[in-house]
Design a binder for this molecule. Sequence first.
Ligand SMILES: *Cc1c(COP(=O)(O)O)cnc(C)c1O
Length: 474
Amino acid sequence: MREDNQNLFRKIPGVDRLLDSHPLSDALSRFPRSVALRAVHRVLEDLRREIRNGSLRDEAALELEAVSARALHTLEEIARPSLQSVINATGVVVHTNLGRSILPERVLARFGPLAGAYSNLEYDLDEGRRGSRYTHVEAILRELTGAEDAMVVNNNAAAVLLCLDTLAGGGEVVVSRGQLVEIGGSFRIPEVMRKSGARMVEVGTTNKTHLRDYEEVIGPETALLLKVHTSNFHVVGFTQEVSGADLAALGRRHGIPVMEDLGSGCFVDFSRYGLLREPTVQEVLDQGVDLVTFSGDKLLGGPQAGIILGRKDLVEAVKKNQLARPLRIDKLTLIGLEETLRIYRDEETAIREIPTLRMLLQDRRSLLRKARRLRRLIGDLDTRNFTVTLTDTSSKVGGGALPLLDLPSRAVCLSPGRLTSAFMEQRLRSHDPPVITRVEKEQVLMDVRTIQDRELKVAARAVRKLAAYRPEGA
Ligand SMILES: *Cc1c(COP(=O)(O)O)cnc(C)c1O
């Protein structure tokens, strides 16, 4: 046994021979030499380990061309970017793990010219001196929402932290027990409050909070009344929340600012298009709330950003906070945000061009059509691996928005034959590009709502490859 191993070890090709051998040598010009060397060393180490543990016994695996091919494969793997595009066939529109919102074409077209050149990011072209990056979206945000002033930061979590720190650092913030939410990851209202240095005063109960609950705790230390949108859950049954309007009036009577964390803010009234009603940002501001915060990449469908709107004196104080710098919005984001906001100037255009809105408001006819088209592109399959049908399903908004809303949709459904649903899901996920699906009741569902038209062919190809897969021993 040991002698066999010695024999195998001697057969392992050397580094220099490998670098000169086909097919690795032909590919070397495409990669930095250091990366090629790393790939070769990794493969040689793997081979030695496989010989030692007995999993490699066949000399053929050690032939120059075989090892060279393996090294090339490893090299391509190492050199490939980690971030890659995937096809979202889950039906979850604002899919946090898959990048939340996909950006409109018109936004993409702005990145090249603006990020590849110097710009007036913080330069006042009229005055020829230093300007502020926030000016680029202030006017359009005011125009779209009627807010007095606006400020943008890295994301909504940062917006909430910054506002709490500015308005209430050291003071008391009154918030309903029904709104102490946790948003995916690690964003929890009580903890953000602690980080900001504000002291949280909880009022009401989980299901019911009345205006008098707020009123009773207001005292000299009260710095802010906070309302948090319970975006990702719903309390149903015997419930009561205080409206933004009532809370705003209470705040005004006591001279205390009122802030609402909207989570997913939207400019479009979805109920006009047959979806559930969500108050728009404009409506919340009209209720008299002093400050609202929301995300740029949830229902708004733009880049990751936190948007702060409201009373001029408060927004100005927020801008002066020392934390504004560490939380500030990046140049690329600002480019994307400005262009997304410009699209909102015309609601019809917004619904047509902003993919998040387009996907949410797709009508049944176009979903049926898209599903039939995907089925046609998959074509006739001669396989025992699975069977393909079309089925009704329901999509979700995602991103912690409108949790109760089921959007009726249509899916291509793969029912197990020789392959299990778990195996099919995994194979589609490791396809290039990956196709991310949903498994329900042992079936793999490809919800067409979140598959873009240009992706249908590739999605169909992934299914055809799965049909052609031969299980071992079959
Ligand atoms: C999503 C959400 C946040 C966090 O926003 P990000 O943009 O993810 O940072 C904060 N508050 C509420 C209510 C949310 O729904």
